[in-house]
Ligand binder design. Structure first.
Ligand code: LFR
Length: 474
């Protein structure tokens, strides 16, 4: 009998993907069966996620997956970008379209929160770098906004887990994703009730935390009527896409520096115990849950967002550039200067070439005239600045760990960018190994397979690694 198929949903800020794993002659074959373009949308002065179109797209994708897998689909799991969440109305439906973490409502809220609880205290309690995008500041912003009383008591669920809830009817917070809220205690691994209390957030609105590999329950709703979905279980993978991406690397990460690169670059190492020193805080390092034990210790570096924003702006003016052409042409020019990739202005949306030029000027470099033909110059400047930022991240990390790292493991969309890889090798002096572009999908599926095998027992890191290796060989 043929082994059943599995579905991985990976929610990305630029696209959401439904992938199908099938077995042919005992060998795994993974195919993206549906891709839903995504991006935050401006509505009524806010920056939101288009939840309705994401759900409609996921339904199409799941129908396609069912049609392509007559042998049946054993499980579905969902991972996605961290920190955003959906509030639920009493009938269990979304209360409103969810905010995108880039919405500027958290800027003032973060300052107010810092006055209530010093960021270093929060960092020591939770390990999460107190970044203004974290869920904690967004929840606080809800308490300060319109209809605050109703909204701040409404149950919430992180974005990937909202999809798990939509598919299974059960509301949970998966641990890796929960750690990125900034509300999970490093000592207990559960919600830090004291932090909720100090900030005046209702603990009752938070979902129960489960671990990666938890079998949540059977698929429910109309999709469950499709033949392929008759016996499908919904599984919580490492719901934070970065935790899934790292779980999808088919190699041991001892002595390695990982860079999971897409809209953001998450650059760091796996560590056995948290590091929450002042040095780690000022170097911008966060401690987040990993799929099967240990912690992801990395800094969050603004990455392809900057280029994608430029490309979208240029395309709107008829200056269309496929990324491959930009990379090729960028290889032949010199950077106009070095950007501070952590500058707040470069994290916001729209008008990116002008933002880059303001940054260049601020740092004493000549701006790049934003005219047709200069696009590769912008790209080169971004790639060079990024590689320099990676080198600084490694130097900081080596200082904190007190040892040298031997190699870099790069995964995610940007790993296809040969120029960025070459610049990274040049600026860091370390060899780069390239992993899968869809590493989050590999990690998502590896956790599903390991979880099904474990049958309710704790997920083992070796089992996840074993499956990631098998899936990458396939
Ligand atoms: C990557 C990622 C990062 C998270 C950022 C915002 O997709 O999940 O890990 O910090 O997006 O959610």
């Amino acid at each position: 009998m043929q082994r059943p198929a599995r579905v991985a949903i990976d929610l990305g800020a630029e696209s959401c993907r439904v992938s199908l794993l099938r077995w042919r002659d005992g060998k795994p074959a993974i195919e993206v069966v549906h891709r839903i373009p995504n991006g935050p949308v401006h509505r009524g002065g806010s920056l939101l996620w288009p939840l309705g179109s994401i759900l409609a797209g996921l339904e199409d994708g799941l129908r396609k997956a069912a049609a392509a897998a007559p042998e049946g689909i054993a499980s579905i799991a969902v991972d996605g970008w961290g920190v955003d969440y959906v509030r639920l109305a009493p009938d269990g439906k979304p209360l409103r379209e969810p905010f995108c973490y880039r919405d500027e409502r958290t800027v003032a809220v973060k300052d107010a929160a810092d006055r209530l609880v010093p960021p270093f205290d929060l960092y020591q309690r939770t390990g999460a770098l107190p970044h203004r995008i974290n869920t904690v500041y967004q929840l606080l912003a809800d308490s300060a906004g319109h209809g605050a009383e109703i909204v701040s008591r409404a149950p919430w669920v992180m974005f990937p887990e909202f999809i798990l809830y939509w598919l299974s009817g059960r509301r949970v917070a998966e641990y890796t994703s929960a750690t990125h809220t900034g509300l999970v205690s490093l000592t207990t691994g559960g919600w830090d009730a004291e932090v909720f209390r100090l900030l005046g957030l209702p603990l009752e609105a938070a979902p129960p935390i489960v671990h990666a590999g938890t079998i949540i329950g059977p698929l429910q709703g109309p999709l469950a009527q499709l033949g392929a979905f008759r016996e499908t279980q919904i599984i919580a993978p490492a719901a934070h896409d970065t935790a899934s991406a790292i779980a999808g690397i088919p190699a041991s990460l001892d002595s390695a520096f990982y860079i999971s690169s897409g809209t953001w670059s998450l650059a760091g190492s796996m560590i056995p115990a948290p590091i929450t020193t002042r040095a780690a805080l000022s170097a911008g390092y966060t401690n987040l849950g990993a799929a099967a034990g240990g912690l992801l210790f990395h800094s969050l570096i603004n990455s392809m967002w900057v280029l994608k924003q430029c490309m979208d702006g240029w395309a709107a003016e008829g200056r269309n550039w496929p990324i491959e052409d930009l990379v090729t042409k960028a290889a032949a020019c010199h950077a106009a200067g070095v950007l501070d990739m952590d500058a707040e202005a470069l994290m916001l949306d729209s008008g990116m070439p002008a933002r880059i030029n303001a940054e260049l000027t601020r740092r004493g470099f000549a701006p790049i005239p934003d005219v047709a033909g200069n696009e590769p110059l912008f790209a080169r400047t971004i790639f060079e600045s990024l590689a320099i930022r990676y080198a600084a991240a490694i130097a900081n990390l080596e200082r904190m760990l007190g040892r040298k790292l031997q190699r870099i493991q790069m995964t995610g969309g940007a790993a296809r960018n040969k120029l960025l890889v070459a610049l990274t090798e040049q600026h860091t002096g370390l060899p780069v190994t390239i992993g899968a572009t869809e590493s989050s999908t590999i990690g998502n599926l590896a956790v599903q397979l390991a979880a099904s095998e474990a049958g309710g027992r704790q997920l083992s890191a070796q089992a996840v690694l074993h499956w990631a290796q098998r899936l990458c060989e396939g």
